[in-house]
Design a protein. Structure first.
Lengths: 271, 365
């Protein structure tokens, strides 16, 4: 029960002047980012623009050469690994899934930051897991091995691990890359519902510009490790921005409901 | 969510489904079966042999050793000696070696996420072989057959090899890579084996002694050897059992383990050191007994599931039982000659290894 009380609802994520380098190569150069408690910011940018690195930095998984990242009032660098894991849960891009593990065992791994280092889970941990499974409609599948799940079910299980962490900040790295369009929408709707229910602060990286524009409050376009544009979907998703930073021509259309739609267009047909 | 909300959530009863959730946990029935198998193996180990001992007399003699129990077993002095100086230490030693090899194998498999990892992975076997050879060649007392010197040298050799592997594996690439550690183990093992072969070529007279040790034997088992390795086995088993849940966490990969608040390098270091210490102690008294660390954990996986919370404790129980039974075969199949126990486990293990290899692409990644 203490585990549930420890996760404070709604936490701001602040990234100020952060630079990260891998083996001397700059991956992020003085990036600033502010996410309000309960907000959803989506990182855009071509492959190698620094989206994943920024998510890893927020999760404390990569050292920051310059600048500071804070979760609420606490600096990530000062929190320690378990401390960060209690505040930040992450849905990785290509998680390594132990194929023979059952769904319930897998989701229980999400409780790790709340379980004493050499201890085992208590009844409160099982309660959280039961709730998460129920919420994600995985209860029926609890005893199944992960290798027997369909793509959509597996993605829900991966989200369930992150939810079982009961962290107020959720990082999503291409959460829908492996899914068809129907399941993409399902997973993103689910995350949005969970965000509202639990006041989660969400930072995601996404390739699908149209979906990003419809789910996030704010978009941040990264290019070469720098912030190239940031703001509302309407201000960031422009034909020029996409042309400049993805090298792709698109048409931006706004529908009756004011949603911004991004349509890739083929350059003039070859003769 | 507001605090009131939280209180409401925690106080309300479990969702109905929670009662039916069955996460991997040791269940009493499963443990009871394993304990029963072990007890049967122990009984067989005490009763089977060239001299017939009446089961009820053995039982009485066992009970007599309990505090505050005094029973006349009716065993003759000679039978009593056979029971207590020959069979009992041999059964206990086989049990300790078997459980150590099985749990070390399981731990290595978990921490390296490699189903074919065995207790000798980091060069412990080659190091122990070299240590034993050096002792046989250069220490006259060992050449004269003094008990205790060969095992001690093997123990030191095993630990030196494992330490070298660890140091090389860390310097050879990114400190966190499990792959470099395994490659370093291969390199160190080759080096030590080459050195051992060189020494043996130059001192052919030690060949037989070293060779019989390498094949593995429990024929010289004594209470002294039991006392020698017991502390290492207890420390190793305690450390590994405490890490059983973390071995499951390691299954999601290094990056995700870190994201869950675990330090994979530290977990791996502790588990590797604990497993290696136990293995080196076991090897020093038993020689090289192969495949136990593969056969037992994989059989446990088949019957109990893939969580290390089950695999580790059950591997300990079944590992002890397995080696006690293998030792019975070793000393009775060709009686009065003894077959080296390493030959028995290899005969069972090699085909098993192939089965694991074939199915590993499916159940492991």
């Amino acid at each position: 029960m203490s585990a549930i009380l420890e996760a404070p609802p709604g936490l701001a994520v602040t990234v100020s002047g952060v630079s990260v380098a891998y083996d001397g190569l700059a991956a992020l150069r003085s990036v600033d980012l502010a996410v309000v408690p309960g907000g959803w910011v989506c990182l855009l940018g071509a492959n190698g623009a620094g989206k994943t690195t920024l998510l890893r930095a927020i999760g404390g998984l990569v050292g920051v050469a310059e600048g500071e990242i804070s979760l609420g009032d606490a600096a990530v660098a000062a929190l320690g690994r378990r401390g960060v894991a209690r505040l930040v849960a992450r849905v990785p891009q290509r998680p390594e899934v132990p194929p023979a593990m059952t769904v319930v065992d897998y989701v229980l791994l999400g409780r790790t930051p709340h379980i004493p280092y050499l201890g085992v889970e208590g009844s409160s941990d099982l309660r959280v897991v039961a709730e998460v499974l129920e919420r994600l409609e995985l209860t029926e599948l609890a005893g199944r091995r992960l290798e027997t799940l369909s793509g959509g079910e597996l993605q829900r299980a991966i989200v369930a691990v992150a939810l079982a962490q009961e962290a107020p900040v959720l990082l999503l790295d291409e959460p829908t890359a492996a899914l068809d369009v129907g399941h993409q929408l399902q997973v993103l709707e689910l995350i949005d519902e969970l965000r509202r229910e639990r006041s989660l602060t969400v930072v995601s990286a996404m390739h699908d510009l149209a979906l990003a524009g419809q789910f996030a409050d704010e978009l941040v376009l990264l290019s070469g490790g720098r912030v190239a544009a940031a703001g509302s979907p309407r201000s960031v998703l422009t034909e020029e921005n996409v042309k400049d930073h993805y090298g792709a021509s698109v048409r931006i259309v706004e529908d009756d409901a004011g949603r911004v739609l991004v349509l890739p267009t083929r350059s003039a047909r070859r003769p | 969510m507001a605090r009131a909300d939280v209180a409401e959530r925690t106080s309300r009863p479990l969702p109905e489904a929670a009662a039916t959730l069955r996460p991997s946990r040791l269940r009493p029935g499963v443990v009871a079966v394993a304990v029963l198998v072990l007890l049967l193996a122990v009984a067989a180990g005490l009763l089977i042999g060239p001299v017939h001992l009446a089961p009820w007399r053995v039982l009485a003699s066992l009970a007599d050793r309990l505090p505050w129990v005094h029973l006349q077993s009716g065993l003759s002095a000679q039978d009593d000696a056979i029971l207590w100086e020959l069979r009992a230490p041999r059964v206990v030693l086989a049990g300790l070696v078997g459980l150590t090899l099985a749990m070390s194998g399981a731990s290595y498999q978990g921490v390296f996420r490699n189903p074919l990892a065995d207790p000798y992975l980091l060069g412990v076997a080659a190091g122990a072989g070299l240590g034993a050879t050096i002792a046989a060649v250069y220490l006259p007392a060992a050449a004269a057959g003094a008990v205790g010197i060969l095992p001690a040298a093997a123990f030191v050799g095993g630990l030196v090899a494992a330490a070298m592997t660890y140091v090389l594996g860390r310097s050879g690439g990114p400190a966190r890579s499990a792959g470099t550690l395994i490659l370093a183990g291969v390199a160190v093992a080759s080096l030590f084996t080459a050195a051992q072969t060189f020494l043996q070529q130059a001192h052919v007279q030690t060949l037989r002694q070293v060779y019989s040790w390498i094949l593995g034997t429990l024929g010289t088992a004594s209470w002294t050897q039991v006392r020698l390795i017991l502390p290492y086995v207890v420390v190793s088993a305690t450390a590994l059992l405490l890490h059983r849940r973390l071995l499951d966490v390691m299954g999601v990969g290094e990056e995700e383990a870190r994201a869950l608040g675990v330090n994979p390098s530290r977990v791996r270091a502790i588990v590797v050191i604990a497993a290696t210490l136990g293995t080196a102690a076991a090897v020093s008294v038993s020689g090289l007994i192969g495949f136990v660390g593969i056969i037992v954990p994989h059989t446990v996986r088949l019957i109990a599931g893939t969580s290390y919370r089950l695999i580790l404790p059950l591997s300990i129980l079944y590992g002890a039982a397995f080696l006690i039974l293998a030792d019975i075969i070793a000393r009775t199949a060709a009686a009065p000659e003894e077959i080296p126990i390493g030959v028995i486990t290899a005969l069972i293990g090699a085909p098993f290894f192939l089965v694991v290899l074939r199915s590993s692409s499916r159940s492991f990644r």
